[in-house]
Design a protein around this ligand. Structure first.
Ligand SMILES: [Zn+2]
Length: 333
């Protein structure tokens, strides 16, 4: 459902005293599903009884900044990309894992005397031990505690966890790469027939051509706008800066498109349904790749595209960065 409908559903449940202890928010963990988790947290933190958070008070601001005292956000660890049992349990002298520990935190009382909210981002990345430890909490949830599992791969959660959560599927409009670039990028990704250095450099050249066109467009659009803004003098340096900022926006949308593509493959590879795909119109192609690669390869692809985006942000030249990383990916049947 759309984000606004999902918000309304939760607000109604809260206002009528029917909020569940635990929700499974299925959708993009960096997009709508996380937005919904933040909304739900604001709701119990601010919208006392009425169900609607004001969105501007001190508490709401703290929730938005994820610094509110009675919320805890647990995410996969950077390197391993898993949520381990050490993030769940007490430290037991293991100083490598920073506090606070989820289970200990959940069993304590809230700071402000009201609700407590735990958000588990990419909950599908809990390893087995973590999931089993977490299950105990779901079996006997503490009072006035809201547990939100955010994931785009809900099928990868233990069935015993899924069955104890109320599931809300959320999807919606994120800013996406404008046409014709979006179509060009998707056609390029869909056209992969081989992996390896030659295929990688061909694909890199095609994507660089799209980026070159975006750069020209960013330039032209910026100059056009400056002409329209009559009476405001803008020097060339300023124009260049604006054009380059606009280009970087386009480019990050291009990387996001690539990321969504490989995330779609991962969703299918791990048995997810097509309703969760960012590009359902390419379901056939995506499934072809998903069926031909391993789960580990599908996961590696997603993180490698993140690496490409990060390297390009550091003003590394896009072409070589793309060719290098694409060569390390398994991207076709
Ligand atoms: Zn508020």
């Amino acid at each position: 459902m759309l984000l606004d409908d999902a918000k309304a559903l939760l607000s109604h449940a809260f206002a009528t005293g029917r909020l569940a202890h635990a929700y499974l928010l299925a959708g993009p963990p960096r997009g709508e599903a996380m937005d919904l988790a933040i909304h739900a947290t604001m709701m119990v933190a601010c919208g006392e009884g009425g169900g609607e958070p004001c969105g501007k008070c001190e508490t709401c601001n703290q929730v938005a900044a994820r610094t509110w005292c009675d919320m805890l956000v647990v995410e996969p660890m950077k390197k391993s990309r898993i949520i381990s049992v050490d993030q769940m349990r007490e430290g037991r002298g293991d100083n490598k894992v920073p506090p606070p520990y989820l289970l200990e935190w959940l069993s304590g009382t809230s700071f402000a005397g009201g609700w407590k909210v735990a958000i588990i981002v990419s909950a599908d990345r809990m390893n087995e031990a973590a999931a089993n430890a977490f299950l105990k909490i779901l079996e006997e949830p503490p009072r006035k505690t809201l547990i939100l599992l955010v994931t785009d791969a809900p099928q990868q959660l233990l069935p015993t966890i899924r069955s104890r959560c109320q599931r809300i599927d959320v999807a919606g409009a994120r800013p996406c790469l404008p046409e014709p670039y979006r179509g060009q990028v998707l056609a390029t990704l869909a056209s992969a027939r081989h992996s390896g250095p030659l295929a990688a450099s061909t694909m890199s050249a095609k994507l660089c051509a799209v980026m070159a066109a975006m750069k020209d467009a960013a330039d032209a659009e910026t100059r056009e706008e400056a002409k329209d803004a009559q009476g405001v003098e803008v020097d060339d340096d300023e124009l260049d800066a604006r054009a380059s900022a606009r280009y970087r926006e386009y480019r990050s949308l291009l990387f996001q498109t690539m990321q969504d593509w490989f995330r779609d493959i991962l969703v299918l590879r791990s048995g997810g349904d097509e309703a969760l795909l960012a590009f359902p119109e390419y379901a056939g192609t995506l499934r072809g790749v998903a069926d031909a690669i391993t789960l580990a390869e599908a996961m590696a692809n997603v993180s490698q595209v993140e690496d490409i985006a990060r390297m390009a942000e550091k003003t590394m030249p896009e072409g070589p960065v793309l060719a290098y990383w694409l060569d390390r990916m398994k991207m076709c049947p």
